[in-house]
Design a protein around this ligand. Structure first.
Ligand code: NAD
Length: 250
């Protein structure tokens, strides 16, 4: 069953990891997708891979500076022009960090907050404008994190930014509900993206021992949650932070 047949989605941070898995899952389910990345080369690589897998998939790419509101607005408007409408916005681009507090700088704090929080705001503004003009609702899904529930020892800006993602999600859900726009977040635990897959076995095993389901998550586990929230199966779900973390609490 194609759960997103006829829908158009924009996915930020769609070139690799969780975002790439979301893009693929959406395409498999009948959506047309505009993926955003940070550089032309990585966008082209992702598009080549997807088109090689299925030449019928409707997928395009762009690399706006997510911290430039005008650039993001132009890219989201261009996605709407390309595919004729906009139904789903996935705000997934993010950076993590584990710098100890004694080494933290205001610049680093600002850099993490800029991409993980302010960039979401920059994308939400033009997307909501389009969705309201279309008049038949829409879906916004943000990528939060397990650490938004329990914090993390180190990299203080990262859990702080993900708590802000939750606040933004809850607040926008309440404000945009009357327009039929649902706003949710997915909060992944440790997920096997490039960074985690590269860790040596002696670092992975203690992590696995701390996860009740006794494995790290696959990008596909997380993408399935995005698919559910994007689809009409979740038509009465909004303002929800959906944990996909095997119940890990560090
Ligand atoms: P990743 O590093 O593999 O991918 C990050 C994506 O964000 C890439 O597509 C990249 O192009 C984009 N990006 C990075 N910096 C950017 C910038 N300055 N401008 C525009 N785009 C930029 O990461 P991932 O592990 O797939 O993480 C994706 C999301 O999931 C992030 O929000 C992250 O915080 C969250 N998350 C990841 C994990 C995990 O274990 N992997 C756990 C919890 C939450």
């Amino acid at each position: 069953m194609e759960m997103l047949k006829g829908k158009v989605a924009v996915v930020t941070g769609g070139t690799r990891g969780i975002g790439f898995a979301v893009v693929k899952k959406f395409l498999e389910n009948g959506a047309k997708v505009m993926l955003f990345g940070s550089r032309a080369e990585t966008v082209d690589k992702a598009l080549s891979e997807l088109r090689a897998e299925n030449s019928a998939w409707k997928v395009e790419g762009d690399y706006p500076n997510l911290n430039d509101p005008a650039a993001v607005e132009a890219a989201i408007n261009a996605a709407k022009e390309k595919f004729g409408r906009l139904d789903i916005l996935v705000n997934n681009a993010g950076i993590s960090d584990s710098t100890k507090v004694e080494n933290y700088t205001a610049e680093l704090f600002g850099k993490v907050m800029d991409l993980n929080v302010t960039a979401i705001f920059n994308a939400v503004m033009p997307a909501v404008k389009i969705m309201r003009e279309q008049g038949n609702g829409g879906v916004i899904i943000n990528t939060s994190s397990m650490v938004s529930i329990c914090g993390q020892p180190g990299g203080v800006a990262y859990p702080t930014s993900k708590c802000a993602v939750n606040g933004l999600t809850w607040s926008l859900a309440r404000e945009l509900g009357p327009s039929g726009i649902r706003v949710n977040a997915v909060a992944p635990g440790i997920t096997k993206t490039d960074m985690v897959a590269a860790l040596p076995e002696q670092m992975i095993q203690p992590l696995i021992n701390a996860i009740p389901l006794r494995r790290v998550g696959e990008p596909d586990d997380v993408a399935n949650a995005f698919l559910f929230l994007a689809s009409d199966m979740a038509s009465y779900v909004t303002g929800e932070i959906l944990s996909v973390d095997g119940a890990m609490r560090t």
